[in-house]
Design a protein around this ligand. Structure first.
Ligand code: SF4
Ligand code: SF4
Length: 496
């Protein structure tokens, strides 16, 4: 008998007898329906046929686009439940048995907690390698801000090492045709979102509080649990998808390439982005903005497969005309960064001047406190009350407070699903000291901001030229077509 069979048999026996603390997971082995108090075994669509109570671990659908579990590696520790329930506020917040679908926002925090590597992202590495080998395809890649301060960890570099230019060099060496910067698209997002926020503040007050929409984990959470607030979500696509749509329209035109021959790949700290790329609401003229998402960890696998070492690869610049970024675009990767960047440009839009020094180093929205509050004084607009929230269980508590009182004391609220924001995303390198890793990554991101020659999105010369040459102005008809989206009420899939 193989070791594999022995281990599984052992775990079944242990689970069934309730020894070694496994009693909580044992009801599925005692004759009750799997999950005992509500889970239905047929709703667990895992790869294996492991008759263990779902109460002990999160259920993952076989069709989940973000994550999957190898049951043979699962040691039934329950860490995934802890992450899903206590950090993300998903597990345990819907009635059982499940009604229509297995609830998952795709954040991948269970991946980060799983000690045995049983849960992983659903890999796109093979598909990207195939695209790179296909001479008929023009393969374009973009890199998210949080990956630039974490990829080095996969190559033995100290936490918080900034490797943006090395990553650009490595991607060129790997054969990508163009290497663009998601930080450019973060600047584009800010142009749209700050304009939308100022418009809502002055003309559409029923859409205040303005809720950010760049995190697909948070957006899906809102669609599941707070659909009544969907009209408060910014209609802006995330930077990933804004850039994807721009590549398949503006860039395709400029290069004379049929958009159907472009393969858009992103390097993201995020597993929820793998869900996001398939959202129908994001399509333009029936075409997906994005094709594949590689997490930071997957990019390391791909580079190592190709024999590319980040330590020794030559640095390169991002490609023009979708490669310039400001400090504002780079801080998107940390909790509070979207808010700080948006306020810098909202100030400019309202006053015609760049913000004062305190708003360029806006401490109240920075740091790991679960909910941060701040007030921005913008001449002509007044005092804007802002909240910044990361971790979806924290979001639940904040939103339940708003529901209970029927009003919000904040006009702008940033939500990021993962603790710390994208620097703590479910696709990031794993670390024995995750708290320290997040701290170092955040420090690196703000260092990039203070060291940038331009720190406000509206000062980005490539952003100015793309509005001049293509979009016209923020919130124009063309900008709405390519850069904005709609949302789906998913409440009924979980609740009667
Ligand atoms: S965290 Fe991983 S090992 Fe632990 S129960 Fe969940 S899937 Fe299994
Ligand atoms: S916080 Fe960032 S990494 Fe986490 S789900 Fe949202 S977009 Fe993805």
């Amino acid at each position: 008998m193989s070791n594999k069979m022995s281990r599984r048999k052992f775990l079944k026996v242990v689970a069934g007898s309730g020894v070694l603390g496994f009693g909580v997971m044992a009801s599925g082995c005692k004759g009750k329906p799997s999950g005992g108090d509500g889970w239905v075994s047929s709703q667990y669509e895992g790869k294996g046929n492991f008759p263990v109570n779902l109460k002990g671990r999160v259920a993952i659908s076989a069709t989940n686009p973000s994550i999957e579990r190898d049951d043979e590696k699962c040691i039934l520790c329950g860490q995934c439940v802890d992450a899903c329930k206590n950090v993300m506020g998903v597990y345990g917040n819907y009635p059982l048995p499940l009604k229509q679908e297995i609830a998952c926002v795709g954040c991948g925090q269970c991946v980060m907690q799983c000690p045995s590597g049983a849960i992983t992202e659903k890999s796109h590495v093979r598909k990207v390698l195939d695209a790179l080998d296909d001479d008929t395809k023009h393969v374009v890649v973009q890199t998210a801000p949080a990956t630039k301060v974490s990829l080095g960890e996969e190559f033995g570099m100290p936490q918080g090492t900034s490797v943006g230019k090395k990553m650009a060099g490595a991607l060129k060496a790997a054969g990508f045709d163009s290497v663009f910067d998601t930080c450019f698209a973060a600047d584009l997002t800010i142009m749209e979102e700050a304009s939308e926020f100022v418009h809502r503040l002055t003309k559409k007050k029923d859409e205040i509080p303005h809720l950010t929409s760049c995190c697909p984990g948070w957006v899906k959470y809102c669609e599941y649990f707070y659909p009544e607030l969907m009209h408060n979500l910014s209609t802006c696509k995330s930077p990933q998808n804004m850039l994807g749509a721009t590549i398949k329209s503006f860039y395709a035109d400029k290069m004379g390439i049929n958009p159907s021959n472009i393969v858009n790949v992103s390097i993201m700290p995020c597993t929820a982005k793998k869900f996001e790329v398939g959202r129908e609401e994001l399509e333009v003229d029936g075409q997906q903005d994005m094709d594949y998402v590689l997490t930071t960890r997957e990019l390391a696998v791909l580079l190592k497969h190709k024999g590319i070492d980040l330590n020794t690869v030559a640095e390169a610049e991002y490609d023009s005309v979708l490669g310039e970024s400001t400090g504002a675009g780079r801080i998107f990767g940390a909790t509070g960064g979207v808010t700080e960047a948006a306020v810098r440009t909202a100030y400019y839009l309202a006053t015609g001047s760049n913000p004062p020094a305190d708003l360029l180093d806006w401490k109240p929205v920075r740091g790991m406190q679960s909910v941060k509050e701040a007030v921005a004084s913008i001449p002509g607009v007044g005092a804007v009350n802002i909240a910044v929230c990361h971790g979806l269980e924290n979001a639940r508590q904040l939103l339940d407070g708003i529901k209970a009182t029927g009003s919000s004391k904040w006009q702008f609220i940033e939500f990021m699903a993962c603790p710390g924001g994208c620097i703590g995303g479910g696709g990031q390198p794993k670390s024995m000291d995750a708290v320290e890793a997040k701290k170092k990554r955040i420090e690196a991101i703000y260092k990039e901001d203070t060291g940038a020659t331009k720190r406000c999105s509206h000062d980005n010369a490539e952003i100015q030229s793309i509005y001049k040459d293509f979009f016209g102005k923020p919130l124009s008809e063309k900008a709405e077509k390519y850069l904005h989206t709609t949302f789906v009420n998913r409440h009924d899939r979980l609740f009667d």
